[in-house]
Design a binder for this molecule. Sequence first.
Ligand code: NOJ
Length: 430
Amino acid sequence: MPLKPEPKHDHGILKFPQGFLWGAATSAHQVEGNNVHNDWWAWEQGKPFDLRSGQACDQYHLYEQDFDLAKSLNHNAHRLSIEWSRIEPHEGQFNEKEIEHYKKVLKALKQRGFTVMLTLWHFTLPKWVADEGGWENGQTVKYFERFVRKIVPEIADYVDLWVTINEPGVYIYETYIARQWPNAKRSLWGQIKSFLNLASAHKKVYNFLHQSFPAGKPVGMANNILSFEPYHKHSIIEQLAVSLNDIFINHLFYFLTGKTHDFLGINYYFHVRFKHRMLLPQAVNTTAQTHDISDLGWEVFPEGIFDVLTDLSDDLPIYITECGIASTNDDRRNRFLITYLQEVARAIKVGVNVRGFFYWSLIDNFEWQMGFEPRFGLVEVDYQTQQRIIRPSAKVYAEIIARGGIPHNLMRFIGHTVTAKEVLARKSHP
Ligand code: NOJ
């Protein structure tokens, strides 16, 4: 059959590489509902009602429907996590029924043709592990490894990319500094021990996955990476603050875990500028200067994703394991998707090996201490009925995927037109 000539407007497409993974991400506790055996569930009982996960999105039962939706929206990949506390609700006692459940979930993804990225730990611990000190306790590394050794052989056939752990730095920050997450406490030593134990858990699981499945699938972790900037370009104090934060927040985990990454998984949400008052650098709120802001007050700063991608780029492939906006204003999500993806395309153009993008999140879900109010989903969830309602932005994303890039006609969503050529020719900070 002769090839169809390209439609005229295709020339304006901001193209992504062939084989690029397009999808969305979720995590078990945030969507499944009724994770009664973990530390978060216990923690939530002390909170006002709407800040409890409860049924969440009931994805435990509705997963097929949700995967059908993702498929209908052209996604070719999906990131999700399994819940340790369901599989091992009591020490050393593995629940075979739950293992079967996760096999069914993962099979359902494969049957629909998705590339599956699976996270083994996404913030929640079985209650019994938390009661013994959680990540502060060196034993937890052993418990986690035992859990991984049990579950991985059962599900390995259905997983294409492994994410060992999610955002260790955020976990430490929320538990020991902001103290809003389970077992919150002030303890510098606890914080250091937890971070080191998380690094050790990552390394052990990486080695296990490679030793047991030698021709195995790529293994990485998902790291929350921030874009830092000085307020005044030539302020040494501000530059120093940028470098120190970059080292401790963005690079330390990689430093501790060395070569145990087959890819870099980047969660990008934040841009921070440092301004000094007297001699002290302070993080300043820059949202006033931007056009857009999320419902959580988080700045929308697309250039930041270009910044972190070029900063982290070395010879490893990169997946954007999370990137998204909490907003009930879907025009914002349209602009977010288009402008952030423009910057990803630009990073690819300058040589960064980006292989995939997982929008956070497929559906609205339980946003930890913030409850159900933040709406991150491409698909809205009516929590009264568990009905899923596709947002227009999900269709914009679907069109981008179908076209393999951002077609020029979608630029209308960002209020001005800019050609693919112009985007790619941008200097670092337009
Ligand atoms: C990153 C976390 O991995 C996820 O659990 C959270 O919901 C999103 N950030 C949004 O805050």
